[in-house]
Design a protein around this ligand. Sequence first.
Ligand code: UDP
Length: 378
Amino acid sequence: MRQEKPIDVVVSARPNFMKMAPVLRALDARGVPFRLIHTGQHFDAAMSEVFFRDLGLPNPALNLGCGGGTHAEQTAAILVAVERALMAQRPALLVVAGDVTGTLAAALAASKLAIPIAHIEAGLRSFDRSMPEEINRVLTDRLADLLLTPSRDAAQNLFAEGIAPERVTFVGNVMIDSLHRALARPTDILNRLSLTPQGYALVTLHRPANVDESVRLNATLATVEAIARRLTTIFSVHPRTQARLHALGLSDRLERVQGLSAIQPLGYDDFVTLMRHARLVATDSGGIQEETTALGLPCLTLRRETERPITVSEGTNQIVGLSESAVGRAVDEILAGKVKTGRVPEGWDGRAGERVAEALISFMRARRSAPVDGPPRQ
Ligand code: UDP
């Protein structure tokens, strides 16, 4: 398909890269020109560069260098820099994914320039407005013209907020496309960490509610220790968690726990290899709840709620909270062979990137042929 103007695609932070890679591949395959813009929200080798290599992402045409700072500082910096980039090119469409700061800031910049917005992973809701990601989701969906949902339940959330059904398209889960491809690129990470398949638990924790404040972070660490008392545990420590451990003088605590290895964040191929061979995964990550459901792996979500309820209703995810005793009991059950089974949700089939590309193409086609004074949108 040929069109005059390219699409602008914005990525910001780790969970964006695996969501956008299949979409860019599908756009490429259809001859749709795009410009990849990296806001720089995650900018270091471990949280950004390695994913470009592992996922085969093209080099960004623009890197806006908006890393660091408070939420407001980062949002403001991205808003200004994306606006400048959009004004220089006036793309046919802006595409954003997920729920990070850069997702909302880029969408806001485009909306004020009357550039249409497509949001991948629309409609997820934790219904907890104290989560910065929830604010980003709700507001990005409000601004978006094309809302691409990963699961059927997401549309219900959007309709309940008054979003018109014509704006919503079910495409399935793009993250699972990347997961399928990574499974075909196993690495030697188990050897490097002296692990045997099924012989360890894998843990990730980085939500502000679990790691930012001292009492909570101590409780979070007690929970990780409860897992490590039962089973060798690998803890991939997110830079946010690392920074909080350091600031609160807790870095040594992890080193003293027998059976626990705290490691730097891994690249995608290493992490997927480690995850697929784990006995169980304990996490507060959104994406990892989905990946474990796609892999049929036991997942303990160390939160009170999830914005991805389908991983519980259909998948292998259990919401256990952060109490040491509840998590300990859940691990004991898994080790005793009482494992929650599940099925892979509709549209988590490795083809979601293609459906996104088709939806973007149809959207742009419809806009080109629409009368200039169309009805006001809801
Ligand atoms: N991930 C990774 N290396 C790690 C930890 C996670 O590649 O050390 C991947 C994981 O497989 C998933 C994504 O990062 O694809 C999830 O990102 P994150 O947990 O930062 O964000 P969330 O999903 O909570 O928005």
